[in-house]
Write a protein that binds this ligand. Structure first.
Ligand code: BG6
Length: 483
């Protein structure tokens, strides 16, 4: 099927496909992509006829059987259902391997030829580039030079560049081979069920949309603390840091959905136009409103420079210069080795005059907030004040909660990657990032990248460096929330 609106393609099954997975021997393929593809197959969401060709440089070449064995192990370890039964057998049979180096793409070409013959006429080609950023350009150029790119679509992993010049150069390299309509820059946060739900919550409810603006909202927080450390990824992390790994990617993208104007339709162009407008309205980041942190012990991790200045934590204030949000700070926080792993968007509403309630000092309560927890499967809570029963007018905190897990059968929900790979097969770019948006995000980040404040230490298991309290004053962080 061809590109349509999001609502049209629900439940649709894509055209027959040959999917080529670059980086098939890597960590992302093992943890997410192979188990995710199998989940799609099991859920009946892969096409009637498909083949999956794994690829990697010749030095990591595998036989078809060895690739199948690897896939079986990764599904057994990370999949939601085990590699068993008819579904697994069929999936396993669809797997093959073809190595590719820029100077020797022949094994891959042969594997793609065989796979396309097996699928038959009309098979679409989808490349998934799960490779380190330094390998992007050579793979793209090889796809162009061999003709493999003709008519194909490509999924590109983050990080997309490391600053504005590198993002521009990468866009130019890709655009020389693929036009924008065939490029799917993936950000797996945008595939999370609850991110779509932000659209539903905002635009399907007369209760909320009228108050979703500066008249009623005083501040917004997007908070993604992680409990995990760098998990042995020192080499990647040292060159990247939390700002590039999490903020300029996942958190800014999410902010685009929280802050956008209503799109005229739930179609890719309309949605992405509105999200890009949010990025256009961002003020350049002010390093004075950024806290960079590094957890105690990071410099002692294997592979980390003992004098490393890489941040494992960032909290910052973002300002949007538009009619809906002028004067409303957006506070973003993410970091490793923190107290809890959470994914939370909080909208803080303006307080009414509380004078008539003598026991209600401002900011004492954890209330007057809408809290969207987008951990899969997600929950939404409204926090407000009620009167305690009894003769005195005493206020107390209350919460109204909607929980996906308690309200729906979430068994068939898709994880971020699964959903986005399916969308790419369907040709729906709604939840993928666009070149102009990415470049704009690097542009507003330039003052910070050129002038980063020094890293401040924080204790593992805490919520970050002390100074983050000052960053959000007179408000406070909505986490920890005591759940
Ligand atoms: C990845 C980052 O993109 O997202 C990781 O590279 C991070 O550092 C991960 O841990 C978080 O994803 P999720 O879905 O587990 O919150």
């Amino acid at each position: 099927m061809t590109r349509g609106t999001r609502s049209e393609h629900r439940g649709a099954v894509p055209d027959d496909h040959v999917i080529v997975l670059f980086g098939a021997t890597g960590d992302l393929a093992r943890r997410k992509l192979l188990p995710g593809l199998f989940h799609l197959a099991k859920a009946g969401l892969l096409p009637d006829r498909y083949r999956i060709v794994g690829s990697a440089p010749a030095r990591e070449a595998l036989s078809d059987d060895a690739f199948r064995k690897r896939a079986r192990e990764s599904v057994a370890e990370f999949g939601r259902s085990g590699p068993e039964g008819k579904a697994w057998q069929r999936f396993e049979e669809s797997l093959s391997f073809g190595s590719a180096d820029p100077e020797d793409p022949e094994p891959l070409l042969a594997a793609v030829r065989d796979a396309e013959q097996a699928v038959g006429d009309g098979a679409r080609r989808l490349f998934h580039l799960a490779v380190p950023p330094k390998a992007f350009a050579s793979v793209i150029e090889m796809l162009g030079a061999t003709g493999l790119a003709d008519g194909a679509r490509v999924i590109v992993e983050k990080p997309f560049g490391t600053d504005l010049p590198s993002a521009r150069a990468l866009n130019a390299t890709i655009h020389a081979v693929f036009d924008e309509s065939r490029i799917f820059r993936i950000d797996h946060f945008l595939g999370k069920e609850s991110v779509d739900n932000i659209l539903a919550l905002r635009f399907a409810n007369g209760l909320l949309e009228p108050v979703w603006n500066r008249e009623h909202i005083s501040h917004v927080q997007i908070d993604v603390p992680e409990k995990i450390g760098i998990e042995g990824r020192a080499q990647f992390f040292e060159g990247t840091g939390t700002f590039r790994d999490m903020i300029v990617t996942h958190l800014f993208q999410l902010m685009g959905f929280v802050a956008m104007e209503p799109p005229t339709a739930l179609a890719a162009k309309r949605l992405r136009d509105e999200k890009e407008k949010v990025f256009q309205s961002m003020r350049p980041l002010d390093p004075a409103h950024v806290v960079r942190g590094q957890y105690d012990g990071y410099r002692g991790e294997p592979g980390v420079d003992p004098r490393s200045d890489t941040e494992t934590f960032v909290a910052l204030r973002v300002e949007l210069d538009n009619w809906r949000w002028a004067g409303v700070p957006f506070y973003l926080r993410s970091g490793k080795s923190l107290a809890e792993g959470r994914h939370v968007v909080t909208l803080g509403f303006r307080e009414p005059a509380l004078r008539m309630f003598p026991t209600a000092p401002r900011h004492r309560y954890r209330t007057n907030e809408l809290v969207i927890d987008f951990d899969d499967p997600g929950r939404i809570a409204a926090r407000f004040l009620v009167k305690e029963p009894g003769p005195a007018m005493r206020l107390s905190e209350a919460e109204m909660v909607f929980s996906y897990a308690e309200s729906f059968n979430t068994m068939y929900a898709l994880e971020g990657y699964e959903r986005l790979i399916l969308d790419a097969m369907l040709g729906d770019q709604s939840l993928f990032t666009r070149s102009d948006g990415i470049e704009r995000l690097w542009e507003v980040s330039t003052p910070l990248l050129e002038n980063p404040p020094p890293v401040e230490p924080y204790a593992p298991g805490s919520w970050g460096p002390q100074s983050i309290g000052r960053l959000v004053a007179p408000y406070r962080w909505s986490l920890p929330d005591g759940r």
